[in-house]
Design a protein around this ligand. Structure first.
Ligand SMILES: [Mg+2]
Length: 262
């Protein structure tokens, strides 16, 4: 396990830089489940995040595919932590209240496709369509392989004309497909946006730490680059410098960070 190496790298970070810890939520701070609504952050982990929020020498944030409103309820550590939802299309936090200008443009189309998708997949056991208003996610984690393939075919057929027309894109995560506006804007852009704000607020360079478990976190790892610290959770993301096995190990990391000297 990389935890001691991570703590060592933290100690030798650039002097004068302010640590900015950004984390994915599902699969990183909480275990993945079939029902994202039922997920709860443990009081121990919330307490650790709160300690980090309360530290004057660093800043934290969560970047997720969930809606910001949902994320804020799940994380529940107050307004001082940054929250980015819909893979970065919306960001709130000190000095930022951002919704990507293109997100509203495709809402009607996405709502149409959401209804079609629900209808077309209603007989596929374990396939769940999650309406996020500005995007739609199709979860196949609970489905048998044949149903997963069928669901993917249905989605591709529904979306293809709109993808070709340049209106929508499909973001593929681990056992989830999401329809998003076809804007070039990822979790990596949210990382940069939050970093810029933090550096402006504190008149200090930010030193990025990003923790994530899915292939959609690769964009964030790229945005952090080799100057910062990238931590993959589990074995999916390939491009991180460090790796922790699971959310329990992330909890141990948060505890050590919360107790670490500035
Ligand atoms: Mg995740």
């Amino acid at each position: 396990m990389d935890l001691s190496a991570i703590m060592q790298a933290l100690r030798v970070r650039p002097a004068e830089a302010r640590p900015l810890l950004l984390m994915d939520f599902d699969g990183t701070l909480v275990d993945l489940t079939h029902d994202p609504d039922a997920v709860e952050l443990s009081s121990v982990r919330r307490g650790l995040l709160q300690r980090l929020v309360d530290r004057p020498d660093l800043t934290i944030g969560v970047i997720s595919g969930r809606r910001v409103a949902d994320l804020r309820v799940k994380v529940a550590v107050g307004d001082a932590a940054y929250c980015a939802g819909l893979h970065g299309l919306e960001i709130v936090g000190p000095g930022i209240d951002f919704l990507h200008s293109r997100a509203a443009d495709t809402r009607v189309l996405i709502q149409q496709l959401t209804r079609s998708l629900i209808d077309a997949t209603k007989d596929l056991a374990g396939v769940r369509v999650e309406n996020k208003d500005l995007t739609v996610a199709m979860h196949v984690r609970g489905a048998a392989p044949a149903a997963q393939r069928r669901a993917e075919d249905i989605l591709r057929e529904l979306v293809e004309p709109h993808r070709e027309a340049g209106a929508l894109r499909v973001l593929r995560g681990h056992q989830v497909f999401e329809l998003l506006p076809a804007v070039v804007w990822t979790k990596g852009d949210a990382v940069v946006r939050i970093k810029t704000e933090v550096e402006w607020r504190y008149k200090q360079a930010a030193w990025l730490i990003y923790v994530g478990d899915d292939v959609t976190d690769e964009d964030a790892f790229r945005a952090v680059g080799p100057e910062g610290m990238t931590i993959a959770v589990g074995d999916r993301p390939a491009s991180a410098a460090f790796r922790l096995p699971n959310p329990d190990a992330v909890e141990r990391f948060l505890r050590q960070l919360a107790l670490a000297d500035p």
